[in-house]
Design a binder for this molecule. Sequence first.
Ligand code: DLL
Length: 428
Amino acid sequence: MPRPELETLQLQRLKKTVSYVYERVPFYKNAMKKNGVTPEDIKTLSAVALLPFTSKLDFRDNYPFGLTCVPRDEIVRVHSSSGTTGKPVIAPYTQKDVDTWAELIARSLVCAGMTREDVLQNAYGYGLFTGGLGLHYGAEKLGATVVPASTGNTKRQLMLIQDLGTTAISCTPSYALILHETAVEMGIDIKKTALRLGILGAEPWSENMRIDIESKLGITALGIYGLTEIVGPGVSMECPHKAGMHIWEDNFLAEIIDPVTGKPLPYGDQGELVLTTLNKEAQPVLRFRTKDITSLNVETCACGRTAARMSRITGRSDDMIRVRGVSVFPSQIESVLLTVEGIEPQYMIVVDRQNAFASDELEVWVEVSEGIFSDEMTRMSALQAQLQRELDSVLGIKARIKLVEPRKLARSEGKAKRVVDRSELPKI
Ligand code: DLL
């Protein structure tokens, strides 16, 4: 859709959404009153900036159904995401919401280059997490063959890939690497299977991680993005041009704001992504602060799509680590680690949350490759010194590097936990 036409549709849907929640949810009515704004003030798309923000905390405060717009008998499904503390976020859906979501996922899979000829092995968790059922219904809508493998049981996953002719896998990027690692252990050459595509998301990953996954698994690895509060996966998806994730803007209005001041930033600037749903019934959301750091590009993509693209997420604003005044995200550390020969893409960043700004306390634990580990100590020391130099010069931070034995760091079948507090350190 040409952008002017898209923007007309967005404005029409924005107006409708704002009036809809104003009438139905006291939380939004109160917050809008506090901002001195009424639904009638939304005359242009940029007027979205007049509306109040919604945060994860607001979901907690209104747990479980305080932000819901429809009576309980219209809710056909509920998903949820666990936070680190307190109550989880609840995401209710009407039948229309479930249908729209499947449509958005089907659209995402087509965008990634899938057709009904594909066999999608869905290794996102089934259950309250949105990844499993979200991808499932969208892939069925496309007409692809879905293998609802869910997470875990990696050996069985590999058997299914081989026996069922799986062509695409949906999972976290860290799990794609576990699949490869396990395949090597079992003597399976994953590159010889029909697997050609990865629909990877739910956690931040670097461009170097993509290169690593693509070369190890012999696939094209594309990013899918979404979050429970907004719908689950299917907010945006990369196409094979790998030039950012296309946001389905007829359903979501995206803004970038300065995470500190909350002021809107122009296209191209890095900042926090803020999303407003434009087509939801059960639980529309106004200006949700995702905490995800990215930028928007509205130029038409080489694939021809006009939808704005969001750049790879560098991290979440609350995952940012500050080391002697320098801000770094775990994915930047990952990016540097993966350029160094002799280490595995398995790492853990140890911080001291008790002492948030204690720069000297930052440690990066990283696994070395089998060959290096069994070699003499001199190679280990040289590797350590090299990593230290790279992190220092590329990121401008000082961190203590700890090299650990292959396969010593914990693997996660869902979202990888990269940043660990010193108090929760595993014994190695
Ligand atoms: O992770 C939904 C999802 C499922 C997305 C499957 C993609 C695939 P939540 O558990 O609510 O929902 O977590 C949402 O995960 O705010 C980001 O910080 C992060 N995230 C999701 N996709 C990406 C991605 C699902 N492609 C949170 N790149 C979001 C980086 C991502 N981070």
